[in-house]
Design a protein around this ligand. Structure first.
Ligand SMILES: Nc1ncnc2c1ncn2[C@@H]1O[C@H](COP(=O)(O)OP(=O)(O)O)[C@@H](O)[C@H]1O
Ligand SMILES: [Mg+2]
Length: 264
């Protein structure tokens, strides 16, 4: 479904601050795979998702999605077939608009439309049905402004909006990290349910190793722009936090203690 070929990316090229993040990174993701991604701070996890989403340009390399080369496709065009939820609960929604308006916007993504025309009765019952699956009571708050919702409710709404048009790819970048542990757990369950039901190919970055292990069917560990561990199937089922940490230590990294602390 997704192919990343020979990806190279540096920031601040030609300056004293030049930072090479990727030097020929390759990654293939099969249709329906749910990939969790962990890694030390600055490993390039967000940069990778940003390049796939089109919000960052690579220096070279190609991004192929569903056999189409989308390397030069602008972000707004990719968003028609990619869903995305980021860490910040204020980013994925329009706070001054109502739940209904936000959902209508997501529903009409990629079309030019008039908002009033975009909200039909049929859509309203469809939206209510989707919201009630979250078990957060949002189905009775369609006309509430999203700005008054809690962080967890907003992230759940963002997630619903991201998957509403059955994207070919769902990109989650620490989408539960800003939430308290209980809400984070709840949103993770919702995430799992939605992905299981819709079978959307997903890449999910998390800083929580337990979540990376328990969720998804493939796990990637990244470090300094490289994929240093890639496990799926039975190996993924039997991995433990201790083994992940041991693997990280075995990489023989100069500064592994601080990196290990970050990863934990
Ligand atoms: N816009 C940017 N300008 C300069 N450097 C950046 C920028 N974005 C990321 N970086 C650098 O690229 C590296 C990878 O960052 P990032 O992808 O955010 O890491 P991760 O998400 O794995 O923590 C880091 O060293 C970071 O400082
Ligand atoms: Mg990041």
């Amino acid at each position: 479904m997704l192919e990343v070929h020979n990806l190279c990316k540096s920031f601040d090229k030609g300056t004293v601050n030049e930072k090479r993040v990727f030097d020929n990174l390759n990654l293939n993701v099969n249709k329906g795979e749910f990939v969790t991604i962990i890694g030390s701070n600055g490993a390039g996890k967000s940069t990778l998702l940003n390049i796939i989403a089109g919000s960052l340009e690579s220096d070279s390399g190609e991004i192929i999605l569903d056999n189409k080369n989308i390397t030069r496709l602008p972000e707004y065009k990719r968003s028609a077939f990619m869903g995305r939820v980021l860490q910040d609960p204020s980013k994925g929604v329009a706070p001054s608009m109502t739940i209904l308006e936000n959902m209508s916007m997501a529903y009409n993504k990629g079309k030019s439309f008039n908002l009033t025309l975009g909200v039909s009765k049929k859509n309203i019952s469809h939206f209510k049905e989707m919201l009630s699956q979250l078990n957060l009571g949002l189905e009775n708050k369609l006309n509430d402004k999203v700005g008054v919702l809690s962080g967890g409710q907003r992230q759940a709404l963002s997630l619903l909006m991201a998957v509403m048009k059955k994207p070919k790819l769902l990109l989650l970048d620490e989408h539960t990290a800003a939430l308290d542990p209980k809400t984070s757990q709840r949103l993770n369950s919702i995430t799992e349910e939605i992905i299981k039901e819709s079978l959307i190919t997903t890449l999910m970055i998390t800083h929580n190793m337990n979540h990376a292990i328990s969720m998804g069917n493939r796990l990637l560990m990244m470090h300094e722009g490289e994929i240093v561990l890639d496990i799926s199937g039975e190996s993924k089922k039997h991995i433990t936090v201790k083994r992940l940490l041991d693997h990280f230590d075995s990489l023989d990294l100069g500064d592994s203690l601080s990196d290990r602390a970050l990863l934990a």
